[in-house]
Design a protein around this ligand. Structure first.
Ligand SMILES: N[C@@H](Cc1c[nH]c[nH+]1)C(=O)O
Length: 383
């Protein structure tokens, strides 16, 4: 019998934690609305096929079957449902959506990670230019700022970079594939073996540094610029450089770093991607990027899109608890309901005492450190 247990990786949230999350979400929603985004809600259940663009090695969904035997999942992502919605409802582009809700991803047992995470995010559909990335990043920065995040680091990457480098390497295609895998797996022995034929070439300085090609923007860029052919890389590097400048011009305590050695966070990204974190914690506060091909997997017309989602749980983990306000507990007789209502309206920190006796009310006030106001006697009787 498991009628007293929760499934692995889930939790009940109550009191302060639940309130902090609600406040964070409300602040983010207001920010999204103020910038002209429209609310969108999608079901928690979707057909499994909606999520086929996800790399299922990283994301394992909860699966179930509907009455017809069709495979359903609890949504492991909120971007793909937006793409599904856009391609099935005929809504006109451009469009700006915001959403909030839980995503479900089966993590390895005992990993300590939760399988249900609350996200709040935006998707911008129909704009191909860098302004889409910048609006997502401006929202990411401001969303952190209004939630009092200190020392934010933003990590930029680009899904086009790795293939643009491979295009210029003088290697056979199967070797390129294997080398890419070794790079992404950080399998250095295999990486070095496969890259041996490049040892005495102009590619050597880059190849030897590639597995560590993350960190300070200047250092990463200096290594990239040792590559003999810059032509194909140039648009990617220019976008990254301009975006670094854009972020550095935002207010607040910000550091920008580059990561050009790993796959982008989502397999559906086709261009720039970004994540935010603080030095003190390993998890990411937000993650986003450009996905210009996603809408083609659902419909014939290709639409450019970009977006970002906050991890509301990660924001809540870093939030300071609310300042304790002494609450007033209003004791009253049932016949005095309207008197109690009036008292409640006057005191924003008051709450109704639903106990049937004054003794019970006094015990509650004592244990919860509240000030008891006895409306039945029309006088304060102390905590
Ligand atoms: N859905 C992505 C975040 C994102 C929103 N828009 C684009 N990317 C994630 O969960 O990581």
């Amino acid at each position: 019998m498991k009628n007293r247990n929760l499934p692995n990786g889930t939790r009940d949230e109550f009191g302060t934690r639940a309130e902090i999350k609600e406040t964070i979400q409300e602040r983010l929603f207001k920010l999204f609305r103020d910038r002209g985004f429209n609310r969108l809600t999608t079901p928690i259940l979707e057909y499994a096929d909606v999520f086929s663009p996800l790399n299922l090695e990283n994301v394992r969904p909860y699966q179930l079957l509907d009455e017809q035997g069709e495979a359903l999942v609890l949504r492991p992502d909120l971007t793909l449902p937006v793409a599904r919605m856009m391609s099935t409802t005929g809504i006109e582009v451009p469009a700006k959506w915001y959403y909030g809700g839980d995503v479900f991803r089966l993590n390895k047992q005992l990993s300590g990670s939760y399988n249900q995470v609350t996200q709040a995010g935006i998707e911008i559909v129909g704009y191909a230019g860098l302004k889409g990335e910048w609006e997502s990043l401006a929202i990411a920065v401001q969303g952190c700022e209004i939630n009092a995040v200190k020392d934010l680091t933003i990590e930029l990457s680009d899904a086009r970079f790795v293939d643009a480098v491979f295009a210029q390497l003088p290697l056979a295609d199967p070797t390129k594939q294997a080398l890419k895998q070794a790079l992404f797996d950080k399998d250095l022995t295999r990486y070095q073996q496969l890259a041996q034929s490049l040892a005495n070439t102009a590619y050597q300085p880059f190849i030897s540094e590639w597995p560590w090609l993350f960190g300070a923007v200047d250092l990463v860029m200096a290594t990239v610029k040792t590559l003999p052919d810059q032509e194909q890389l140039q648009p990617i590097l220019t976008d990254l450089e301009r975006t670094v400048q854009f972020i550095e011009a935002q207010t607040g305590d910000l550091t920008v770093v580059l990561d050009l050695s790993r796959p982008t966070p989502q397999s559906y990204y086709t261009g720039m991607a970004f994540r935010g974190y603080t030095q003190s914690d390993a998890d990411y506060l937000f993650s986003g990027g450009r996905y210009d091909k996603l809408l083609t997997s659902f419909q014939k017309v290709q639409e450019p899109a970009v977006g970002v989602a906050f991890d509301v749980d990660a924001l809540a983990d870093r939030a300071a608890g609310p300042v304790d306000v002494v609450q007033t507990l209003l004791y009253f007789e049932p016949e005095q309901w309207s008197v109690a209502e009036a008292a409640l309206k006057k005191d924003p920190n008051a709450t109704l005492c639903l106990a049937d006796s004054l003794a019970e009310a006094q015990a509650i006030a004592r244990s919860q450190q509240m000030t008891l106001v006895n409306l039945a006697a029309n006088q304060e009787v102390g905590a």
